[in-house]
Design a protein around this ligand. Structure first.
Ligand SMILES: Nc1ncnc2c1ncn2[C@@H]1O[C@H](COP(=O)(O)OP(=O)(O)OP(=O)(O)O)[C@@H](O)[C@H]1O
Ligand SMILES: [Mg+2]
Length: 300
């Protein structure tokens, strides 16, 4: 924090960090730690995170303008991409070189900005595949009922419970392809929970979700914490971030430029700079709100 940004009132302690709040600040009980993680695409450095720690059993929002490197960072942390350099660990175990399916089995699961539901499988079969990520059963064999014995009932009960929670139970026999974009996001989140993860990383879970479902999705995320899980989610809507996040990490041009309490972070000049760029006259809430912010750059 620069001297010009001296707070007039003491910064509220979230109880999650140790020492002065600045990018890379240590957490009391980090579940994930990344060090010197850099990913280059040709001449472009998409991610260049010196140090970051994700606090356990808290909801952390990863925010930043389009192209800041949030999704790339998610990909690197979860074994879907490989950095040029860097180390990162989950529950104290290095994840370098660990493929995504093994990362998932270790308890770190992520969802995608673009949903990955398998359209030609039913909603229920998508859920069952989520479960196999943990048990390590053969992917395609798991789709056929005759290969499922007692366990099938157990898994189906768990899947149905999750589908009910996400209001998708009526669609369990429909092909995932028939779901709306928002419903597919819900399915992906429900499926992620089949592995009973410790850390759930959600890449823009609210994007494309019908506003009527938004509140229930927020409640789902809050519930994950209540159930003892840790959540790291990417979100552009600052109202949602303020509403549910215990901690906020801000990325810009691949780097972590600020972090802290959601209410404090948005006052940080580095954050205002990162978001506003040439739009200095626009209110920050408006710029970062999903409704009025046009997506720039590539379609993903
Ligand atoms: N596979 C790739 N090949 C080349 N460049 C890429 C690739 N993936 C991402 N990039 C670039 O890396 C930068 C970071 O992209 P990334 O998708 O991680 O940003 P983001 O913060 O998730 O943005 P958004 O908010 O729009 O989702 C962008 O400039 C993007 O164009
Ligand atoms: Mg992204």
């Amino acid at each position: 924090m620069s001297s010009s940004d001296k707070p007039t009132t003491p910064v509220k302690s979230t109880g999650l960090h140790v020492g002065e709040i600045k990018p890379g600040v240590a957490k009391k009980d980090p579940i994930l730690i990344a060090d010197g993680v850099r990913r280059q695409f040709g001449g472009l450095t998409a991610v260049d995170v010196a140090h970051v720690e994700i606090p356990r059993n808290a909801i952390t929002a990863l925010i930043g303008p389009n192209g800041a490197g949030k999704t790339t960072f998610f990909n690197l942390l979860t074994g879907f991409d490989i950095p040029n350099e860097g180390t990162w660990s989950f529950n104290g175990k290095s994840l370098a070189g660990v493929p995504a399916f093994k990362v998932a089995r270790m308890g770190l699961i992520r969802t995608f900005q673009l949903t990955k539901a398998l359209g030609l499988l039913t909603v229920m079969d998508n859920m069952k595949l989520g479960s196999t990520q943990q048990t390590g059963e053969k992917l395609w064999a798991s789709v056929f009922h005759f290969l499922w014995k007692k366990k099938d009932v157990e898994i189906e009960t768990q899947a149905l419970d999750l589908l009910t929670r996400f209001k998708l139970d009526a669609k369990k026999d429909d092909y995932a392809a028939s779901l709306s974009g928002g419903q597919r996001k819900l399915l992906e989140m429900a499926r992620a929970l089949m592995t009973k993860p410790e850390l759930v990383m959600l890449d823009e879970p609210m994007a494309g979700v019908n506003p009527a479902l938004t509140q229930s999705l927020l409640d789902h995320i809050l519930n994950l914490k209540k159930e003892g899980m840790t959540v790291l989610f990417v979100e552009h809507d600052m109202h949602m971030v303020r509403h549910i996040a215990d901690w906020v990490i801000v990325m810009a041009e691949g780097k972590v430029v600020a972090e802290g309490d959601p209410y404090e972070v948005m006052k940080n000049p580095a954050v205002i700079d990162a978001y506003l760029g040439s739009h200095q006259d626009v209110d920050l809430g408006t710029v970062t709100g999903r409704i009025t912010l046009p997506k720039q750059g590539k379609e993903k």
